[in-house]
Write a protein that binds this ligand. Structure first.
Ligand SMILES: [Zn+2]
Ligand SMILES: [Zn+2]
Length: 377
């Protein structure tokens, strides 16, 4: 699914942001009939519209996802990196579920209804802040959060004492759907007695109130590889919310936020630092101490170094997250002009200026004066 020019979900459904569930369902039903592939065989555009519509409806019909979308837009589900994609929602999985609810066999998928009752757990996102140096060296962090976990008391069956406590719904005979003929299609609606579950739980598990899952605190140790950048996303498979009715767990995405550093700035895999030197140091050359990601080192500043000169320390940058070597450290020299001069300093400096004459020691200045003459004659 192209994530650039993605249309607004409300726009896709043609509803306002204040649309209620009923409005959404109506708009969805109308457009789904219009763009359904069976009605538009071979029409690629209709197919794309249909997919887009389905995605929009899945997000907006889920109150939690809708509020995420309202706050963060598409970014709530996709993230900027695209690395692996925020594959949080398997848009094909809930697909038939959503549709069968409205259209029933219109789609003729022939999939067993029991399949749709098991659901993959939701993905979770954890925002983790790390220090600049931790991002460089890699670290291990313990993250703590709450997630839905399969209830141990009923083993997820939702019935007291396990699955023996559940019986097949007599109203729909376990299909979860009740069918009525309307015009040329058979409309299947969700069974009211079992709410589409196909099972009746006469005696719900007291531990999870018949939900099959309970919210529990977890703490996980997460390895942060060296080289992670601001916005890097680490996927921890199966560490999201527990699946429903035997479905697989969701995944956990740890989104890394790297704190700013007082001295270093990252540029791709390079580390940039500005280092002040005095005017005499720049003119005479000097050996200065420079901090790196791995501690201080000595750096030789050659005689005659100009302000703004960048000295490169090979291999002192960030390790590439994808294994493409390592960046450098770039040291930008800032020549500090003395602010307050003693009388003696001033005297010496004035003498220095006299000794310097006009052009001899200032090739840049000479070039500048020449250009000035060219411009104004
Ligand atoms: Zn339970
Ligand atoms: Zn039923």
């Amino acid at each position: 699914m192209p994530s650039d020019r993605k249309r607004d979900y409300y726009e896709v459904l043609g509803v306002t942001r204040s649309a209620n569930d009923d409005d959404l369902k109506k708009a969805y039903r109308r457009l789904a009939i219009q763009f359904h592939p069976d009605r538009n065989p071979g029409d690629k555009e209709a197919e794309e519209k249909f997919k887009e519509l389905n995605e929009a409806y899945q997000i907006l019909s889920d109150p939690e996802r809708r509020s995420q979308y309202d706050r963060f837009g598409h970014a709530a589900f996709q993230g900027p990196q695209g690395a692996g994609g925020f594959g949080g929602f398997d848009f094909t999985q809930g697909f038939e579920e959503v549709f069968s609810d409205i259209f029933g066999d219109f789609f003729g998928t022939g999939r067993g209804r029991s399949r749709s009752r098991s659901r993959r757990g939701d993905d979770l996102r954890y925002d983790l802040e790390v220090e600049f140096e931790e991002a460089a060296r890699g670290t291990e962090k313990v993250v703590k959060f709450q997630r839905l976990t399969t209830c141990e008391a009923c083993n997820g069956s939702r019935a007291r004492g396990g699955s023996e406590g559940a019986r097949t719904c007599p109203n729909c005979r376990g299909t979860g759907q009740v069918r009525t003929q309307q015009g040329f299609f058979s409309i299947a609606t969700t069974c009211g007695q079992c709410r589409g579950e196909g099972m009746i739980i006469a005696d719900p598990c007291p531990k999870c109130q018949g939900q099959g899952r309970v919210r529990k605190p977890v703490s996980l140790s997460v390895k942060i590889p060296p080289g992670v950048d601001n916005g890097s996303r680490l996927k921890l498979r199966n560490e999201g919310e527990a699946g429903f009715g035997g479905g697989p767990n969701g995944d956990l995405y740890v989104v890394v936020h790297v704190k700013e550093h007082a001295l270093f700035v990252r540029q791709d895999n390079d580390v940039v630092i500005e280092v002040p030197v005095s005017f005499p140091q720049a003119a005479l050359g000097a050996e200065i101490e420079v901090p790196t990601l791995e501690g201080k080192i000595k750096l030789k500043v050659p005689a005659g170094t100009q302000a703004g000169k960048v000295l490169r320390l090979k291999g002192k940058g960030f390790i590439d997250l994808h294994g493409y070597g390592r960046g450098d450290q770039l040291v930008r020299i800032v020549v500090e002009t003395p602010r307050r001069l003693t009388a003696r300093q001033r005297e010496v400096l004035e003498e220095f200026a006299k000794l310097s004459g006009e052009d001899v020691n200032h090739p840049m200045a000479k070039g500048f004066v020449d250009k000035l003459k060219e411009m104004f004659g």
